[in-house]
Write a protein that binds this ligand. Structure first.
Ligand SMILES: [Zn+2]
Length: 302
């Protein structure tokens, strides 16, 4: 079977997103600081870079031509590997993608075509992350017997999603490239061998995509569980602060409805740890709410 070459990743870090990232970085006034990296000995630079998260590495690669050249060179493979390995359950980088390309697919939250819209999840099978608008431009729903394909067994050659009316969704650019490749193979036996190889590749992509989907689902669930834990800890801290401020009796006499309203208060519902400053900012509002609950209590019968 023909061994597939890894893409070097440069095409996966588009100029458009590169420019946007530079703009974003400039806003963060980091460009000068990042330029300092280039003055370091390479081994120290690699040591530092290997500790960055993959998304930070992508941002660094987009800040200057030199850093981009360094980070996309094969000698930086270990940097990407170390960075990606911090995400313990992440499936391995597929053999036909570069490590930067893989990091781009997994972690860069912006649409691969327009770089404007955030897109929650990539399409693991088609290996693109596209917003709704760019999906219309970048993807194509075709029937396998389309005149364009002639004798090309497109469903065997490219990863796709089957949809209704016997159509399947493909990346348009992948179709164009595949049609060209297919036309360039004239010999029937060679075409047969090529189809066999591609069928294996597509199977492996499908299997890898399933594992990626499971990983992304678990990650999303873990995030929700973590945020719930943080929110509950914040709620507990706020209640303790109120008790410390002398509102224990009011808290203990709150009804279920009062608690439901309390939990919906914006400063209470946030999924962030409580800080002293946050407590200072919210105290007046939260105490006001507690007092409103007190006002609703029936007067003591004497
Ligand atoms: Zn887009």
């Amino acid at each position: 079977m023909a061994k597939r070459a890894r893409k070097d990743g440069s095409s996966l870090i588009s100029t458009n997103s590169k420019q946007k990232a530079v703009k974003r970085t400039r806003k963060g006034k980091n460009v000068g600081k990042l330029a300092m990296l280039l003055k370091m000995p390479m081994d120290i630079l690699f040591e530092i870079l290997a500790h960055l998260r993959p998304l930070d590495l992508l941002h660094v690669a987009r800040t200057s031509k030199e850093l981009r050249r360094i980070l996309l060179a094969p000698s930086s493979t270990s940097v990407w590997k170390d960075s990606l390995s911090a995400d313990l359950d992440l499936p391995e980088c597929p053999p036909d993608l570069s490590y930067p390309g893989w990091a781009h697919l997994v972690y860069d939250p912006f649409c691969h075509m327009c770089s404007d819209s955030r897109v929650k999840n990539p399409d693991w099978k088609l290996r693109v992350r596209l917003c709704a608008l760019c999906s219309k431009r970048g993807l194509s729903a075709c029937q396998p017997w389309s005149v364009y394909f002639r004798d090309l067994p497109i469903q065997e050659l490219l990863p796709h999603h089957d949809v209704k009316d016997n159509r399947s969704i493909y990346v348009k650019a992948d179709i164009d490239k595949m049609v060209k490749t297919w036309k360039s193979i004239k010999d029937t036996a060679a075409r047969w061998q090529f189809s066999e190889e591609r069928r294996d590749i597509v199977e492996r992509i499908d299997e890898h995509a399933s594992r990626c989907e499971a990983w992304a689902r678990k990650k999303a669930l873990d995030k929700i569980a973590y945020q719930d834990t943080v929110r509950l800890a914040r709620r507990t801290s706020i209640i303790q602060k109120l008790k410390d401020a002398g509102y224990t009796a009011d808290i203990e006499s709150m009804t279920e409805d009062d608690w439901a309203s309390f939990d919906r208060l914006r400063p209470v519902a946030q999924k962030r740890a409580l800080t002293d400053q946050a407590w200072k900012n919210m105290k007046e509002n939260v105490v006001e709410f507690i007092m409103s609950c007190r006002d609703k209590q029936p007067a003591d019968a004497n």
